[in-house]
Design a protein around this ligand. Structure first.
Ligand code: ATP
Ligand code: MG
Length: 274
C-alpha cells in the first residue's frame, strides 16, 4: 500500500497549506469521535475526506465550521494559529461550509438566496446590482440555472447544490467545505457538481470534499484523506491509488469483498490469457 503521509502534491511543493490541523481530539461524553487528527489543505487543491459511517468526518467539518470546539490540538489558517468559536468566526476567517441540508430558502428566488444576510444596498435593496452579480457568479461557475428570478423550490437537486455552493462564494472564502454534495444527485447532476468543484480549484480555493462516493473522489480529488474510527488511516494521492487500496484503508482490512473480487478478476484474466 502506498501511504503518502505529510506529502503535498508536487505542484504544491513551494506553497504552504492554507489550512492545517494538528493533533485534533474531540470527545462526546464516552465517545471519542476524533483522536490525534492531522489534516492539510493547500490552495488550488481538492482534498477528499472519506471514511465509514461514524468515522468522524462530520465532527471534523463541524470543528472547522465553528460548530464544535476541539478538546485539544491546533488549527492553523494562513500560517496563524486560530480558534474557531462560532460559525461566524469560521466565515470571517474565510472558511465556507456547505452542509448537506443546504439551508436554502425554498420560497425565495436564486438572487435572494445568494445574498441572504449579505444584501447589497443600505436603505433599499439594490436588486439590479444583486441580479447582475448573481449572473456573473453563476457564469464564472459555468452553472446551468435557467433564471435567477425563479424560486429555489423549482430547481433540480443539482441546481440547488449549485446555488448553495455559489452562495458560499459570496463571502470570498479561501477554503470551501462540501459535505456530501452529490449524495442525492443523479448521474448528469453529479457531473455538473463535479465540474463546479473543478472551477473552485481553478479559482485557487482549497476544497474539502466529504464523500461516500469513491467514483466522485477519483474523478475530482487530488488527495484523499481516510478516517477510520476517529483516527487518520492514510493519505493518498488519488492519481496513484487504486479503488481497492482506498476501500482497504476505510474498512481497515485488506481482505474484503472488493479486494477479493479484484483478485478473482485478475486471476481469471491470467487464466484466459494463458
Ligand atoms: N453531537 C454528538 N453527540 C454525541 N456523539 C456524537 C455527536 N456527534 C457525533 N457523535 C459521535 O461521534 C462519532 C463520529 O460521528 P460523525 O458524525 O463525525 O461521523 P461521520 O464520519 O460523519 O459518519 P457518517 O458517514 O455516518 O455521517 C460517532 O460515534 C457519533 O455517534
Ligand atoms: Mg457525517
Amino acid at each position: 500500500m502506498t501511504l503518502v503521509s505529510d506529502v503535498s502534491p508536487d505542484k504544491h511543493v513551494v506553497v504552504d497549506p492554507v489550512l492545517t490541523m494538528r493533533g485534533i481530539n474531540k470527545g462526546f461524553g464516552a465517545v471519542q469521535a476524533l483522536t490525534d487528527i492531522d489534516l492539510d489543505i493547500y490552495p488550488g487543491e481538492v482534498v477528499a475526506l472519506v471514511g465509514d459511517n461514524g468515522a468522524g468526518k462530520s465532527t471534523l467539518v463541524k470543528i472547522l465550521a465553528g460548530v464544535h470546539p476541539p478538546d485539544s490540538g491546533t488549527v492553523t489558517f494562513n500560517d496563524k494559529k486560530v480558534s474557531i468559536p462560532s460559525p461566524a468566526a469560521s466565515r470571517e476567517l474565510g472558511i465556507a461550509t456547505v452542509f448537506q441540508d443546504l439551508a436554502l430558502c425554498d420560497n425565495l428566488d436564486v438572487v435572494s438566496n445568494l445574498f441572504l444576510g449579505r444584501e447589497i444596498g443600505a436603505f433599499s435593496l439594490d436588486e439590479v446590482e444583486m441580479e447582475s452579480r448573481s449572473w456573473e457568479l453563476l457564469r464564472q461557475l459555468s452553472a446551468k440555472i435557467p433564471s435567477v428570478r425563479i424560486a429555489v423550490a423549482s430547481l433540480s437537486g443539482g441546481q440547488r447544490q449549485t446555488v448553495a455552493i455559489a452562495r458560499s462564494l459570496i463571502g470570498e472564502p479561501t477554503v470551501v467545505i462540501l459535505d456530501e454534495p452529490t449524495a442525492a444527485l443523479g448521474v448528469a447532476q453529479t457531473a455538473e457538481v463535479l465540474n463546479l468543484i473543478e472551477r473552485l480549484r481553478e479559482r485557487g480555493l482549497g476544497v474539502l470534499l466529504i464523500s461516500h462516493n469513491l467514483a466522485d473522489v477519483q474523478a475530482v480529488a487530488d488527495r484523499c484523506v481516510v478516517l477510520r474510527l476517529g483516527r487518520n488511516n492514510g493519505v493518498f494521492r488519488v492519481a496513484e491509488v487504486s479503488y481497492e487500496e482506498i476501500i482497504a484503508a476505510i474498512t481497515g482490512a485488506t481482505d474484503n469483498v472488493v479486494t477479493r473480487r479484484a483478485a478473482a478478476t485478475s486471476a481469471n484474466n491470467e487464466e484466459t490469457s494463458k
